[in-house]
Design a protein. Structure first.
Length: 178
């Protein structure tokens, strides 16, 4: 809408095929029913104060686990946040809470078949992992850092670990290095 500024970087679908996105500007988590496409706020990601400044979460990745809880990568906080399924509510939108910490550059997000959480670290090229219970994330893998020259022949651009997904068997992890 021209009436508001919204920045959405990723989308997830629940078991009822409703879509969920998080606006990086307002922190609103919106649910969209494709059969009746309206933005409905069902959750919120609140700004935090760090060093006397307001900091946005800058949510980029969003995914559901097998239990239906919604997970959001918060690069601005170096965390992964969670809103439990019952709290994705139109009448009383749930507030995202810390689930995993020490996830520098938190970007893409995926779950394996054991419900372990994997998160890409963007420019640092790391893949982090934490168990189904959350807590401090550990480095699982490192994508070799490299850059490319842009068509102008002068500008170098870092290539980063971005999107992430498991195959249907949940055994092979794919990372988009973009």
């Amino acid at each position: 809408s021209a009436e508001q500024t919204a920045i959405v970087e990723s989308v997830a679908a629940d078991h009822r095929d409703r879509l969920y996105v998080c606006d990086r500007v307002s922190g609103n988590v919106w649910r969209i029913d494709p059969k009746n496409p309206k933005l409905v706020v069902v959750g919120r990601v609140q700004e935090r104060e760090t060093g006397g400044k307001k900091v946005r979460a800058n949510v980029s990745g969003i995914a559901f686990n097998a239990a239906g809880d919604l997970y959001l990568t918060a690069g601005g906080f170096e965390e992964v946040l969670r809103i439990r399924s019952p709290n994705l509510d139109v009448d009383e939108p749930g507030i995202a809470q810390t689930f995993a910490t020490q996830v520098e550059g938190a970007n893409g997000i995926a779950f394996d078949k054991s419900n372990n959480l994997y998160v890409t670290g963007g420019r640092n090229g790391r893949i982090y992992r934490t168990g189904p219970e959350g807590g401090k994330a550990e480095v699982f893998a490192q994508i070799q850092l490299h850059s490319r020259k842009l068509p102008d022949g002068k500008t170098e651009q870092a290539i980063t670990a971005n999107g992430i997904v498991f195959d249907n068997a949940g055994t092979t992890l794919y990372v988009a290095d973009t």
